[in-house]
Design a protein around this ligand. Structure first.
Ligand code: NAD
Length: 372
């Protein structure tokens, strides 16, 4: 089985889908690995590192030629994969709801698209979950991005010249990214509070030493929510949440928003009128900006200023820490493929639960029930 590791084509994408470590491990499984020249450069992996791990290095056509498995961070258009083995598997993130035409292209090309972001949230798939590994580092980086834009310090500092007070940071949406944002803001010395719609997060917030700010008058989502995911909230809940946020946000220096709802635009959590109540010099980081944004006025790929408040909307935050996020993404892919590796076939054979969840196309058709 030949595995191809391609250079990413999406603009601004610095990550790579295999590390020298995972190349070595794939070879130990019985596969051969071909890497497109320069694929890892922006993630601090040189061609020589891949070659030392046992991969061959070549141009794109040579890398793809005859490959039965193609790895990517962001799946390229199927048209760039001509020459792959018939029915080849492509394991990558596909953004299936946002880029449906791309998925159709995979079906037309007879490729088997495996969307890693559709990995089910079950215990045995935790080590294969790219959303968790990438969100974790994005949550960390969001706080650093906020600190870089903030014209003040995070920790309280007592100096001979006087005291600098601690920054107040508010984290909205406490999934994987939000939990890491809480921990990072705490490590930097901020006074941290956080909110979510899922009741289970209250204890998690408090266990990290932050204050939980929750809507009490209207019921949110009991426990973890289905698979850890939130759903769209009722109008009554939204109104109560807006009121709660309005009174809290005016006292904050830093706000990090991470709220997402699968398959839907991100919920709007902060209005322009609420931003106007914040102190000038405050910073908001909208990690959901590419999914429609939690913050009114946030612009993907830009840092904008409204009412003296900076709104940070970096695209593809995981790519801003490409060496670490690539290493984790690569391990997610290896953990996934090796868990299903059939020694005799020298290929992965997926089981129903995970296969049906992540397979988008097979036999020339779109087969995933979330897309039908
Ligand atoms: P996510 O990226 O889908 O959403 C981020 C957070 O935003 C969630 O906590 C969500 O509840 C919250 N949110 C949505 N709408 C909101 C609103 N209107 N107001 C405030 N907050 C809102 O979530 P995620 O980070 O991928 O993970 C969520 C949960 O799933 C976590 O508890 C995590 O531990 C769990 N999880 C489990 C596995 C596994 O078992 N394999 C894998 C990944 C995540």
């Amino acid at each position: 089985m030949k595995i191809a590791v391609l250079k990413e084509l999406a603009s601004g994408e610095r990550r790579v889908s295999a590390s020298a470590e995972t190349v070595k491990k794939f070879i130990a499984l019985g596969a051969t690995v071909a890497v497109e020249g320069g694929a890892g450069l922006q993630a601090s992996v040189a061609d020589a590192d891949y070659a030392a791990a046992g991969a061959t290095i070549g141009d794109r056509a040579a890398t793809v030629k005859g490959a039965g498995i193609i790895l990517g961070v962001q799946a390229p258009d199927a048209a760039t994969l001509a020459g792959a083995a018939p029915g080849a598997i492509v394991a990558a993130s596909f953004n299936p709801f946002g880029e449906r035409a791309k998925v159709d292209g995979y079906a037309a090309a007879g490729l088997e698209a495996l969307a890693m972001e559709f990995m089910p949230r079950i215990t045995r798939a935790q080590s294969m979950d790219i959303l968790s590994s990438q969100s974790n580092l994005a949550g960390y980086k969001a706080v650093l991005d906020a600190a870089a834009e903030y014209g003040r310090a995070f920790p309280m500092m007592m100096t001979a010249a006087g005291t600098v007070s601690a920054a107040r940071a508010f984290i909205m949406g406490v999934g994987v990214a939000g939990l890491q944002a809480i921990a990072t803001a705490r490590r930097l010395g901020a006074q941290v509070s956080a909110t979510d719609v899922r009741a289970a997060t209250k204890e998690q917030i408090e266990s990290l030493g932050a204050k939980a700010i929750f809507v009490e008058a209207v019921k949110g989502i009991e426990g973890e929510g289905t698979g850890g995911y939130a759903t769209e909230m009722s109008d009554e809940y939204k109104a109560a949440q807006a009121e709660l946020v309005s009174s809290h946000i005016a006292k904050q220096d830093i706000v990090i928003t991470t709220a997402l709802i699968p398959g839907r635009p991100a919920p709007r959590l902060i209005s322009d009128a609420q931003i106007a109540t914040m102190k000038p010099g405050s910073v908001i980081v909208d990690l959901a900006v590419e999914q429609g944004g939690n913050v009114e006025g946030a612009v993907a790929g830009e840092v904008v200023e409204r009412h003296g408040v900076k709104i940070v909307g970096h695209r593809n935050v995981p790519s801003r820490l490409a060496a670490d996020t690539s290493a984790l993404f690569s391990r997610n892919l290896y953990n996934f493929l090796s868990a299903f590796w059939d020694k005799e076939k020298n290929a992965p054979v997926l089981d129903e639960e995970i296969g049906n969840a992540i397979r988008l196309t097979q036999g020339g058709k779109v087969v995933n029930e979330r897309l039908l």
